[in-house]
Write a protein that binds this ligand. Sequence first.
Ligand SMILES: [Zn+2]
Length: 80
Amino acid sequence: MIPISFEHGFTLYIGLWFIMLSFLWGKEIWREYSTKWNSMQELLYLCDTCNHSFTSEQYKNITRCPKCNSICIFRKKDKF
Ligand SMILES: [Zn+2]
């Protein structure tokens, strides 16, 4: 067995915890970066005819409702 003093053992213990926390922090940053969510709130449409809410990937102000096929106009809501 390797003789090790209390100070060296404690330093090794803290160092291993620091390395492990750094690894987990980097992994979390990588996971957050790879699965980044985009807010599609600006592209949320509400059909006036059937009250069906849907999102559209098209950056247009006017689109068609997928449920009733009527024309829907995107209205920006004022943020207070
Ligand atoms: Zn509709």
